[in-house]
Design a protein around this ligand. Structure first.
Ligand SMILES: [Zn+2]
Length: 411
């Protein structure tokens, strides 16, 4: 099959005008100017017309469990109040509700052109009952704040559920909800099974206040539910995280948020040889009014930075296009091309799929999306401005259309 479009945005060199992609089975086998592709490849031609062809987008951080909580929780006075509010909403939900919520989330992500997703779930026992319509890395979200003496059990219990999925990892939730032993156990398993880890780190001012100063609303909230608070009062979240996770597993680790980073934390990052990956969720970040995400400093230190939607308990939809726009608003100096890398090439690397996903390149998986393209301006600007669901999608070589946009032509 040959797919032709006005512009092919390969994310591997400059966009190709009047370009085409040859696909065989679930693999991209050739990409070049349409004329060359026709000369070198046989097969049915799909002409998408005035469209830009892009690699399918990759969401590096979300929680589809909470798709059903869209607009249910208004911004709260404190992060601790938001945790109370989401816990109150969660108490009303049954496993059936969560199944519906996760399935709805998958469908929505796909409608917006997401073909790969890193999804945290608090209910790994539901994984075997779900057939994701897109490539999915399932991360079991682990919390042992009420039973820190059973950390190993908490982790080991979910492994069998996770093994029902082709791609999985572990997500110790955050330093304030997962014990040091739980992080250790996750790290051990990550190295043994060669899997990925993800966690929330240094997200809110309250988290910094809790660890550095042993005070603030999050500190009080956790103290009141009986969390041992002896790790608070003298270190930053980043220092504690690096102590808990150990150096060796860092390249397998995707860290969400990282808004609260002190100067001494940056010194620490600069000195450490191994780099983890970072996910920023611009619209969830705006919702919580967090401190500015230190994009420039992290980029200068060589961190691989991705975008994610986070959950709909702090966001309005699962569109990565909207996420790119929100990021462009907060960082207008970053080029649209670099922003598009943050939902293609960069998350592919974080998921260790840099040779299979995130680019249109021979040998890569055939995950493509197409959006309208006038050809009058910069194609990356047009990508940033795109607001609708995606009309045409190729997922693992299978073509799906939402509208009769593309005309099939015989060769
Ligand atoms: Zn999250």
């Amino acid at each position: 099959m040959i797919i032709r479009a006005r512009t092919v945005v390969t994310m591997d060199g400059a966009p190709i005008e009047n370009g085409a992609v040859a696909v065989s089975g679930n693999e991209i086998v050739d990409v070049a100017k349409f004329d060359e592709i026709k000369r070198r490849n046989a097969g049915e031609i799909v002409d998408l017309g005035e469209q830009a062809l892009l690699p399918g987008l990759i969401n590096a951080h979300c929680h589809l469990d909470y798709t059903c909580l869209r607009v249910k929780i208004r911004p709260q006075k404190s992060f601790a109040d938001w945790i109370r509010a989401i816990n109150a909403e969660k108490a009303k939900l049954s496993p059936k509700d969560y199944l519906a919520s996760i399935n709805e989330g998958f469908a929505e992500a796909k409608r917006f052109g997401t073909t790969t997703i890193a999804n945290l779930t608090a209910f790994p026992e539901l994984i075997s009952r779900i057939t994701p319509p897109i490539r999915t890395w399932w991360f079991a979200e682990l919390i042992d704040v009420r039973a820190p003496d059973r950390a190993n059990e908490t982790v080991d219990r979910v492994i069998e559920f996770l093994k029902a999925a082709p791609n999985w990892g572990l997500a110790p939730h955050a330093l304030f909800t997962a014990s040091k032993n739980l992080y250790r156990r996750c790290e051990e398993i990550a190295r043994r099974e060669n899997i990925l880890l993800t966690t929330h780190l240094a997200e809110s001012r309250e988290e910094m206040e809790m660890y550095r100063d042993a005070s603030g609303p999050l500190y009080e909230f956790l103290k009141n539910i009986g969390r041992p608070m002896d790790d608070c009062g003298n270190r930053t979240p980043l220092q504690l995280f690096l102590g808990a996770i150990g150096d060796r597993a860092l390249p397998q680790c995707i860290v969400a948020h990282l808004n609260e980073v002190t100067d001494s934390d940056f010194d620490l990052l600069e000195r450490s040889e191994r780099r983890f990956h970072v996910v920023h969720s611009p619209r969830s970040h705006d919702y919580f009014k967090h401190s500015r995400f230190p994009f420039e400093k992290l980029r200068t230190l060589g961190f691989n930075i991705c975008l994610g939607t986070d959950s709909l308990a702090s966001n309005e939809d699962l569109s990565l296009f909207a996420e790119m726009r929100a990021f462009q608003n907060e960082s207008p100096d970053v080029s649209p091309e670099e922003i598009l890398q943050m939902v293609t090439v960069n998350p592919a690397r974080a998921l260790r799929q840099e040779n299979a996903l995130g680019r249109i390149q021979p040998g890569f998986r055939a995950d493509l999306i197409s959006i309208p393209c006038s050809g009058t301006g910069d194609v990356f600007e047009e990508v940033m401005a795109f607001e609708s669901p995606v009309d045409w999608i190729l997922l693992n070589g299978n073509e799906e259309r939402n509208t009769p946009h593309a005309a099939k032509l015989s060769k």
